[in-house]
Design a protein around this ligand. Structure first.
Ligand SMILES: [Zn+2]
Length: 381
């Protein structure tokens, strides 16, 4: 291409003027007559563009500035992107793609706006992990997938992106979703037992209350054990896997040598080094928020763990430790059936929020069982 500078005229200058006006650096419609002059106003606009892009600010349109100007008219999705060895694709859309892949944990190299072999490799890996056609082409389906991943997925590991995609595809309704409720301990294993209050029985009763509410919304709720049984963690995970569960929810109460330890905590799969089940973490967070707001129990937050119950289950799994039976106040509350109803409702709403993927802005703690039922009916229409 010809290097363009102040004083030049012709259709190439008209194209430059048109691109600058597309960037709001010149008045709109500029250059539409197909003939243009590279005057002081254009030079000023070129300098402004160069400064914005970190190019040499000389007011002259050489190959680098021209390529950047051409590329700036593309937004991710405005054209399919692929690695073309003969004529490499450059543009702001490539830059956005590279940034997004990097955010999601794929090595697309340093984002530079040029679609090279490394960008293609990262894109193929993303497509494979995400269940898309692995063609190395960033077309409409890939763009949609990139857009739909919530910012929560940033830094998450690819295998868990699929979990999140499944939740999104499953839609906001609870009807038809299969959840395994797993009351801890059971039978001869009482769990924490203080003054005749047994963890195994509290967990069982909570599981039944939750099961009833879930079934009322049309969910398929399954309980992992009978009232008098105590399967191993592995057996509980197998139960969920064989049932083809969408979610696994384990209910426990805690105990501590200190009578002052109290509150509610939720656990999900995670190594603590950034590898985490994004859906597990999301659900654990909703449960914490709802239970803390509804019960006034101390919020002991969410924690990543690599327990068997998380590594052996194939679906997102959360374990909630609801209160300390060794704490007088927590124990008193948990012995009260109406309190257990509040807990069951809070957990149900947390599951509903998960499937709404943050689309419901009702404040934490105010979403009722009746609201959930109403929402299900609304969505059924
Ligand atoms: Zn327990």
């Amino acid at each position: 291409m010809r290097v363009l500078r102040r004083g030049d005229t012709g259709p190439e200058v008209a194209e430059i003027r048109s691109m600058l006006s597309g960037l709001d650096l010149l008045p709109p419609g500029d250059g539409s007559d197909g003939y243009g002059t590279f005057d002081a106003v254009v030079e000023h606009a070129v300098r402004a563009f160069q400064q914005r892009r970190g190019l040499i600010t000389d007011g002259i349109v050489g190959p680098a500035t021209y390529r950047a100007l051409r590329g700036s008219s593309y937004h991710l999705g405005s054209r399919p992107l692929a690695y073309l060895i003969s004529s490499p694709v450059h543009g702001d859309d490539v830059f956005t793609l590279q940034e997004r892949l990097t955010e999601l944990g794929y090595d697309a190299g340093r984002p530079d706006g040029g679609f090279g072999p490394q960008t293609e490799r990262a894109l193929r890996n993303f497509q494979r992990d995400y269940g898309l056609t692995v063609d190395g082409i960033c077309g409409p389906a890939t763009v949609r997938a990139l857009r739909q991943l919530s910012p929560r997925a940033r830094g998450g590991r690819p295998v868990f992106l699929r979990e999140q995609e499944q939740v999104r595809r499953a839609g906001p309704r609870l009807r038809g979703k299969r959840i395994v409720i797993d009351p801890g301990h059971g039978g001869p294993d009482l769990g924490v037992a203080v003054n005749g209050v047994h963890e195994s029985e509290v967990a069982w009763d909570l599981a039944r209350r939750l099961e009833g509410r879930m079934k009322a919304t049309g969910m398929e709720a399954l309980i992992s054990r009978g009232p008098g049984h105590s399967p191993s963690e592995l057996e509980r995970a197998q139960f969920a896997n064989e049932a083809g569960a969408d979610l696994f929810l384990s209910l426990h109460c805690d105990g501590n040598r200190s009578p002052f330890a109290q509150g509610v905590a939720s656990f999900h799969f995670g190594t603590g080094n950034g590898t985490t089940s994004t859906v597990g973490e999301l659900l654990a967070g909703y449960i914490q928020r709802e239970l803390a707001a509804r019960t006034g129990m101390l919020d002991c937050r969410t924690h990543p763990k690599t327990w068997d119950i998380f590594t052996r289950t194939r679906c997102p799994a959360v374990r909630v430790e609801i209160g300390y039976l060794t704490n007088q106040e927590d124990r008193r509350r948990l012995s009260d059936p109406s309190f257990r109803d509040v807990v069951a409702e809070g957990i149900l709403v947390a599951v509903k929020r998960l499937y709404l993927l943050g689309e419901n802005d009702q404040p934490t703690g105010t979403f009722t069982f009746a609201d959930v039922l109403a929402h299900e009916l609304l969505k059924a229409e």
